[in-house]
Structures are given as C-alpha cells and as structure tokens.
Ligand binder design. Structure first.
Ligand code: PEP
Length: 248
C-alpha cells in the first residue's frame, strides 16, 4: 500500500515572514492528514522552515541540488548541506530547471545520484512539452528521461529500491491553469509504472500541473496516481490544505 504524498513546490516566492506565516497556517490545518506532506521552500528559507516544522509530521525538501559534495562551486548547494538542514526530499529535474537552466537528462540523473548519496529521496520530474505531445512522442520523451536515471543507478529495480519518487508533470500544464485530462494522466502513469519494472508497484508516482482544490480529488483517485506535486496552489494555506485533504 503506497502512502499518498503531496509536495508543495514554492519555487522562488515569498519572504521570510511570508514563509513563517504559510508554515504556521499549514501546521494548524494539516493536523489530522493521513497523506505524507512535504514543503519545498527556496534554499534561503530551509533552515527557518525546518525549525517551524520540527514538531510536526510535515516534511521538508529542497527544490534542487548540486551534483558535487563540496568545493569551489560558487552558488551551488550540495545535497549533504540540505540533508544537514533537515531535508528528507529533493525535487530533481523540474521542467523549469530543464528548460530555463538547460538541465539535460544526464545532469538530472547525476543530481538523482547526488541526492541518494546524501541519504535523501529524489522526486524526479518528467514530462512532455505541448509540441512533443502534439508530435505523438510523449512516451518516448518520458522513457528517455527516466531510463537515463535508471541507467545511472544501475537499473529500474535500483531506482525503486532507493524509494525515489516520480512526478509526472506535463510541461504544458505547469502554471498554466490547464490540467491534463484524467485519461491522459492514467495513460502516462500506467506507462511510467511499466517503465519502473517488476518492483514498480512499490514506487510513488505523483501528478503535477495546475492541481487545485477543485480538481485534486478527481486526480488523486485515478489509478496509479499517488498524490501530487503542487506549485502555485501550495502558496495558499486554504488551497494547499484542501489539496492535502483530497489525498487522504
Ligand atoms: C510545479 O511547479 O511543479 C507545478 C505543478 O506548478 P503548478 O501547480 O503551479 O502548475
């Protein structure tokens, strides 16, 4: 039985004060939640949020990591550093990192390995652009993204056994208000489950892309959907707590 997981990706939003208010409000509302909840604030707020979450069951994650352990890598943050702060998860290969910062499948695979090296759980984002979907190559794109990670780790079984999470995030649905149709979500999640191989039933596969309180329950009830990666709606206490409740 896979415990549902809901991850809030704050991206580059908020101030220190707003982060504290958001966490305070969420802790009050998420008390009885059965799903696992994880917040991923910007790096600079991780330590504050770790303190605020220390007596709650809500977990902490970072939005990215470097591949290196330490050294002369100005501006980078190692997986070991975010582990030291109290993170349990790392979002890796978000489409904004892939498209805006040129992260290749190979670099994403290195970041997954770096995350595991530090004892953290990677949330590996995969998904097709609108053009790729229109060209009929959605599965090819996702297979390429995931297989590069599997090869880096030694195989799909190693990926599953590491407890890594997959987040299917169609690029055209992220931050656009357009949500994938249920049958599109089911089709891709089943395809991902197949790629995960014989042990794949153990892995959590999340959906991300314009999840809101109005559509969360319908999405989370779908076969092979084990929760969500939430962007915009994770910045609002009422919206995010309603989405978390929908995953219960
Ligand atoms: C995301 O950033 O991963 C995301 C899914 O964003 P949104 O929920 O705003 O579409």
């Amino acid at each position: 039985m896979r415990q549902p997981l809901v991850v809030g990706n704050w991206k580059m939003h908020g101030s220190r004060d707003e982060a504290a208010k958001l966490v305070g409000g969420l802790i009050q509302k998420l008390g009885g939640c059965q799903a696992e909840i994880v917040l991923c604030p910007p790096f600079v707020f991780l330590a504050d949020v770790a303190d605020l979450l220390s007596k709650s069951s809500v977990g902490l994650g970072s939005q990215d990591v470097a591949t290196q352990v330490q050294g002369a890598f100005t501006g980078e943050v190692a997986a070991e550093m975010v582990a030291d702060i109290g993170c349990r998860y790392v979002i890796v290969g978000h489409s904004e990192r892939r498209t805006l910062f040129g992260e290749s499948d190979a670099l994403v695979a290195e970041k997954v390995a770096a995350t595991l090296r530090a004892g953290l759980v990677p949330i590996v984002c995969v998904g097709e652009t609108a053009q790729q979907r229109d060209a009929g190559i959605t599965e090819e794109v996702i297979a390429g993204q995931l297989n590069t990670v599997f090869e880096r780790l030694g195989g799909a079984d190693e990926f599953v056994q590491s407890r890594a999470v997959v987040a299917y995030e169609p690029v055209w649905a992220i931050g656009t208000g357009v949500t994938a149709e249920p049958q599109q979500v089911v089709q891709v999640h089943q395809f991902i489950r197949g790629l995960l191989g014989k042990l794949g039933a153990a892995s959590r596969v999340l959906y991300g892309g314009s999840v809101k309180p109005e559509n969360a329950a319908e999405l989370f009830e779908l076969e092979d959907v084990d929760g969500g990666l939430i962007g915009g709606a994770s910045l609002d206490i009422d919206s995010f707590s309603a989405i978390c409740a929908a995953a219960d």
